[in-house]
Every structure is written in structure tokens, then in C-alpha cells.
Ligand binder design. Sequence first.
Ligand SMILES: [Zn+2]
Length: 1089
Amino acid sequence: MNGLSDDVLRIHRKEPRQVLPRIQVVGSPPFCNEKTITAHRMSQQGYVATPPYSQAQPGMGGYPAGFGSAPAQPLYRHYGGPPQSFPAPPTGMMKPVSSPSGMPPTQVPSHYGSNGQQNGAHPQSYPAPPYGQPPQSPYHSTAHQGPPPAQQLTNQMGAMNLGYGPGPMQSHQAPPTSPLIQQPFQTTPPPAMGHPPLGPPPTGPHSSQMAPPQSPLAGPPMGGPPSMGGPPPMGGMGRPFPGPPPPGAGGFQQPGPGAAGPPGYPQQLQGQLGGQMAGPGMAGPGMAGPGMAGPGMAGPFQGGAAQMAGPPQKKLDPDSIPSTTQVIEDDQAKRGGQVYTTNVRGQVPPLVTTDYTVQDQGNASPRFMRCTTYSFPSTADLAKQCQVPLATIIKPFATVPKNETPMYVVNHGETGPIRCNRCKAYMCPYMQFIDGGRRYQCGFCNCVNEVPAFYFQHLDHMGRRVDFYERPELSLGSYEFAATLDYCKNNKPASPPAYIFMIDVSYANIKSGLVRLVCEELKTLLDNLPREDGAESSMVKVGFVTYNKILHFYNVNSALAQPQMMVVSDTAEMFVPLLDGFLVNFQESCAVINNLLDQIPDMFADTNESETVFAPVIQAGVEALKAAECSGKLFIFHSSIPTAEAPGKLKNRDDKKLINTEKEKTLFQPQKAVYEQLSKDCVSQGCSVDLFLFPSQYVDIATMGDVPTHTGGSVFKYSNFQVDMDGEHFLSDLRKDVEKAIGFDAIMRVRTSTGFRATDFFGAIHMNNTTDVEMAAVDCDKAVTVEFKHDDTLSEETGALMQCALLYTTISGQRRLRIHNLSLNCSAQLSELYKSCETDALINFFTKSAYRAMLNQPLKTVREILVNQMAHMLACYRKNCASPSAASQLILPDAMKVFPVYLNSLLKTGPLVGSAELSTDDRAHQRLITTAMGVEDTQLLLYPRLVPLHNMDVASDMVPAPVRCSEERLTDAGMFLLENGCSLFLWLGQACPPELIQSIFNVTSFAHLPIDLRSLPELDNPQSKKLRSIVDSLLDQRPSSMKLLIVKQKDRSEMLFRQHLVEDKGLHGGASYMDFLCYVHREIRQVLT
Ligand SMILES: [Zn+2]
């Protein structure tokens, strides 16, 4: 086997027979001679043959030092290592080798002002390096930072008095007339600190749906913001999160009807909402009791319920509260189809839902890095005051559209990449060349470094290197360096990764037809293993294991006429019984492999074995990769909770009685011990685990998914799998998973300029220390959310710079460094921060931090923290940035105006909702898959797309515009598609026109639709084609496949669909969007008093 070192071979040879009793070599069971076939079939335990070769000691030992053990300090010394002297520079100059098409874009304007002073770096200061060991911040200590007054535009949610009190609807507190008042008041911006101003100022708050300002409080653009000065820190600011529910409701108000509704709104609203909201599953009319007090209600609401209880007072126009679909549409209209150039520091990118093209001009594309705000508060105090999380969601391998420039690879040969001597940051646009080009000052730590002779270049009259545009590392936000041996384990070149397919062949998987399905699929799928661009074939090696209580390894060496099976029945100390022939090149061994895949289903066709092991399976995979000295991925196809006697054995610990108790969190905590160690072993070997689960009952996903979610892997789940119903769904997941772009054995470090640093990380990652993010693998869909905290005051002049460096092994075994740089603004004006917020990124952060926190705290506390933090964020805005207005008005920053609907949706997700009606495994699964989600995925998950299809224009290529996720938007005569990246529904109204039904389903009416419709027939008419093409394109865009569920109005299955209508009251608890806004408003007022 390629890649085996002498060391390993020697060890294997000298370890003699101890292992013998454990091994059964069953020649080549069905393949070879009768005797072994019989042995195999009769008893997998009973036949012990002498292995044709001796075996290494099982277990983890036995390897040359320095490989397997996880050093406390970096495997790679250059990460965080002490400053090292620069290697003697070769003479002369080396041209960067750039991949495919030569050099980067042409004319690129200077990013940082015309003088080429890229960061305005302080010429000669040498502050201490910013890297200490940051304290890990517990979720609880939310306290962030806070800022002073500001200027900008505000949206005010206008006054509409809900009048919770006893009295009927006449509101005391004369409601300011306008329902939604917007207040684009502007002041002169602060002098732009040496960098270009932001693009067009976020003008006109939410567009059409907002009423024109009417109230005196929300008049036309205001000249000078009054009272913005420096009032003392906000009232409730310092208090710890979980606060008691706010007292009396008082003048809560809501936006009124769309246009300029005068105070006389009540009746109309009544009409609008009444009937519709009272549908099944709804909370009954209005905002009152049932809605709020439902079972499983999020903690904070319970208090609210009391207050809000009572007869419904009035109905509100749902159109008047901020709409996510409108925000998405507006951004698409404003920025869609445009080129987004990244040459401006602190520039807020288009929304993730908008179609745009990125041109890298010095900052990483938002596809790679997206921030919760693009203007950091300059001090820790400000950050603490506003409590807006400062975080960046990094997706290092994000897929880049074909019309955008691919990643350049810079190769400095044996010298390796150029790095700051002190902080080890890599050469990037933030390094300031000085002294005629002989030295450069690091933008991150300010250290002045010598320019190695080979890298010397003259500066132009603006102080910029004359080769600026020829070198990606000087002019681009993202690029790669070819890594030298210094960046490889044990200073040895890396090998191409291997994919090992491990199939549970116990009774359940055989019976369901899964085993046959997988084997059939692999025959063609393996032709599509990922390869380098332009490469003829993939260098990824493949291997095969089947298992139930014991493991079967297969020798598929191309020289064999038949595959051979080796059985390991002692799962206590797993080892790999063969070295040569286990991991092979698919093309070379194609015949043997296909032979094997043909025979596996038959070989186990008569199995009665229902017990399985699980941890030993992963262990076997890791050992195989260790032996081959490569990284790789395990694809495990597993059916049941592993109850067989073996390490990592699990028992059913599901207990619905724990729900809504202090102990509920234990349901989500993995059973540690074995699996924790396994994760570490995997990560240190670069072994990622993808788990495909086919459960028919509880399997403890919280534990089984633990290794995948620490190794950059994924957990797929197909409950009650049936080949005919779910086969295609599963296979498309498998295909995407096998074929997707991926890097292995990765370690990521996020460096920052002085004054702040990365303190917390969320993702399918493993951390041995506080700075190095280790990922056994990272693919194009995996993101890491990084939180930052202040160490010191940030400079408005230099801004906040960050550099993400990812060292990894490519699919062909090259070691590379992928660098992403991003520069943000800093401001002492909180309004700058609020103006530059990104709601989709914020909700990604909140989701991940809440889902982590729920492992350690009661769900009620987690929910309270979420609501409290949001209330503080919004209260701080109101106090410091908005113009004065009646307390009765809810005022939301424009950039955050739909944040409440996302947060409310998060509170209603399965993991956080605390309902006994949901399966524990489903909740755990959703929690786990969210861990590594990027911003696009969490956005869609928390605000699904609901697309009306009954009026679609079959002549157009466009997908109809989505509508708000609420029952009110459904119509009896309608047909709607709903998707959230995980689920896909086609909802059919009872009065759906027969012609439409006919053209889509080929039956004459709604009543004739079969009950268990599972797919769309392929009919030759425009409606059918259009619908199928919409569905296909959706499936194509999403990271994983979704199974289409066809739901008829009023059918039982409709409940599954309705739980995704996130603006409505939750089916399992949780408020409607409208109720939630009321609640949030009261919380804000509470904070402000
Ligand atoms: Zn530095």
C-alpha cells in the first residue's frame, strides 16, 4: 500500500501472533472456496485461520513518536510558536505561481485611501503581540460592550395601543398616529477616518409597507439629534441576563395598518385577522391567553402571559410589522445582479439571499467571511453596553460561482509563505511596506519586519509595491500559499486522503434494502470522487468495511481475482487486519471492488444479527488511516443504537419526563468517555466521520453524532427508511457528500489586529487550546462562527483587521494554506455599529451559542438569555441612537428590523422548545446539524421560503416571490412550496383548481389525490415542468437533499408543514411573531426604565 512507511511495516512484522485469536481470515468467503464460504456463513466467530501476515498490536500505540499523540501544543510549530528568525532568503526574486489563469484581476483601486497607506499603520510602534491565552467565555457572561450616541436612520414601529388592560379597545395613551413611523434622520457623518465612506447610506428604511411618518415624533428627517449626548449607561444594562418577566404591559403598541392609518384602526384589523388566525393549531384569536400560555412556552413568555391574558383587545395588521420577505426583496432589488467589490473597509455586503457577484479587491468575499457587524465599537465598554455580539462566520471552502475568480495559489518554493516574525500573520494587503520597500510593518501586531531579499520590490510614488497587482497576497482578500514541509506532519509530505465506506449489515439494513442500495450506488459513485481541477482521475483511495457485532475488512487489491474478507471479532481493541489492499485506487481495483459490491448484499442476506457496534467501527477507520499515514473520511451507514458488548455501547436513555426540567439538558449531552477520546483520535489523524443513520427508533443521536460534529463531519438521518420512499433522497445526499469540495487535516487560526481577539469558536471542530481550531476535515458547506472580544481600545483609524489562515491537505495530498483577510471599521459611535449590523449573521451566532448553551443550562434559562440579550441590543439602540419618541413606540434599527422574527423562530425550534411531542433524537439531530451551518443555512432554516405556485408564470424562468411564513398567506385555492433547507413541502389548498391538480398530478381533483403522495409525476405540460424545475433547482442549491412531502390542507400531515410557518404561534409552544414583538417591546421598556 502506497504511503506505508518502513517504520510502520517493521512494527507490524515484529508483532507476532498475539493477535491471532482475534483474527479470522475467511479466505474470501463467497468468492473463493466453499470451505471458507461455509465457515463464514455458519459462524463468523468460529473459524480462525492463520493470517497470511502478522499483525500489529491493536490499539493506538505502536506508531513512531510524534504522530498519533495529541501534543498539547500545536502539531505545527509555526502556529503560535515563538517568533522565529526568518530563513535566509534566496537571492533573486521568485515569481508567484498562480493557478489556472495567471494573475489576479487587473486594475484594482487602492483599498485604503489613495496614499496606499493600507491601514494607516502606526509607523514605528512596537506594542506587545496581542496573543495571550484568551479566557474562554461562558455563554452566560454575555456582557459585551457598549457605545455612545450616534446618528442614523431609524425605523420606528409606530404606536398602536394594544391596551392590555381591562378596557376594551380604546387606547388611553393616544397612539401616535402612524403605525410604522420611519425616521430617516441623518446627521453629518463623522469624518471618514481615512477610508472611503460606506457605499450608499442605508437609506429609506423599510420601503413600501411602512407608512409615511405622521407623528410629530417621527417627523421628516431631523437635523440634529437631540439628547444623544452621554447619558449614563442604560438603566438595566448591568444586570445579569435572566431577568424577571417585565411588569405591567402598559402602553404597548403595534404598528397599525399599512398606510397612514389614523387611530381608528381597530375594526379593520379585526376584520383582517380574525377569522384567519383562528385556524386549527392557532392560538385562538388575538394575542391573548391561549397563545401565550401554551404548553412548552418559552420561559420569558410565561410571565408575559399573565399580563397579556384577557380578552383580545384588537387585531393588528400583519402587514405592518417588519417583513423578512420584504427585506429580502428590497435588497435583491437594490443590490441584486450587481458586482460587489471588496475594496472598502467595513462595507456591509448584500444579504445572503441576494444574487450578486463578488470581485475580490483586498477583502475576503462575504461568501467566505460574514460578520455580525462591519463596524466594531471602539471600546470594550461600548461593546458591553450594546451587547451586540461581535462575530464572524467563516466558511473557508465556500463554493464560488463560476463567474467569480477562483483561488490563486502563491508558491514561494522552499521558503514558504512570508509571515510576520512576531504574530505570524501571513503576507496580506494589510502589511505596510516602508523604508523603500526593504521593510514592512505588520497590520496586525505592528511589528516591523525585514523584507526577504527574494521578495524585495520597489515602491511607487504612493508607497505601494510596484508588483502590487501581480501578487495575490498583496492585492486580494483571499488566496492560497503552497505549504512547505514545515507545515506537514513530521515534516513528511502529506498523502492523498482516503474514503472508507463502512456498512452496517445487520438485519435492519439488510431487510430495508439499504445495503443493496448503497452497494449498487457505490459502483457508479466512486467514479466521481473529488479530484483537482483538470486532473484525469481522483487520487482519493477507497476502502470497504461491513459490520454488525463484528467487523469485516476487505482486501480489494487490484491483483486479486476475488476480494478477500478478514474478520475482526474482538472489538475491544480495534485494529486493522490487513495493510496491503485495503485502501486502493478505485480505477485500478475497479473490477475487484465491483465484484465485492455485487456480493455484499447476498453475503448477508440471511443474517439474523440485529445487534451492532459503533465506536469500534470509527476506531477501525482511524486505525486504517493511521496505518496508511493519510487523512480521510469515513462514510458510516448505520441503523440502530449500538447495544452489542463493545466500547461505546449505548443504552436507551430517552426520557420524556425530563422535558422542561433542570435535567432536560442531559438528553442532549453525549455519553462522553469513549466518544470523546475517539473524536480526539480522529482529529489528530485527520479522520472525518459522516454518519448516515437509518433508525426505526431512538438511537441516542446526541451521542452517536458526537464524533461527526467534532470532526467536520455530518449526520444524516432517515427515520423508518424505505427504499422506494426515501431511497432517492438518501442517494442524493450521499452523492453530494462524496463529491463535494473538501480539505483535510485542517488547522485554522484567526489573527486580529491589536485591541481585540477571537475568544470563542462554534463549529464541527475540535480545540486543544484556545486559539487553534482543528478540523479533521472541512468541506464547502461547513462554517465556523468566531466570536471576538476587546482587549483594548480599537483605533478608528486602522480599523479592526482579521486574518483567517487555514492549513489543510488538498484532495490530491498537497499541503496548502488558505488565507482570508477582512477589514472592518471601528467607531466610538454606536449608531455606526447598528447601521452596519447583519441580521442573518447575528442569528447564526445566536443559534449556535444557544444550542451550545443548552448543554449546560436549562432551556428556560437559555431562552431567557436570548430574549434578554435582544432586548438589550434594541434598548441600547433606542437610548443612544434613535431620536426621542414616545415610550409606547417600538423602535428598531433598520439593519435589525427583522431580527425579532428570526429570534422568535429560533426560540420555537425543536431543540429549544421543550415539548414532549417531539422526538428527542429529532431535537438532538437538529441541534447537531446546526453546529456547522453557515449564514445562508441558518437564515433559511429560521425563515423558510414559502412560495405561492398557483399563479406561477410558466413562461418565465423566475421562481415566484416568496410570501411571509404565516397561515394567513395561504389560500384555500392555492398551492404553495415551503422549504427551509431540511424539509420541503408542497401544500395544496382544498379549493385548489382542478385544472392545476390535473396538470400537476394527473388526477381530476383535490379529492382524488392519493393519500400517500410522495413525488411529482413527470407530466408533459407547462405547469408540471415548471414546478419540477423549481423543485430541482432548489434541491440543487441546498447543501443536502430534501424529501418532498405533499401535504393536503386539513390532512393530519399538515401539522408537519405548519410548524414551519414561523410567524404563527408555535405548534409546540412559542409565540406568534406579533405576540413576540409585543413582548420584546415590553422587555425593552423594562430595560430602559
Ligand atoms: Zn505581526
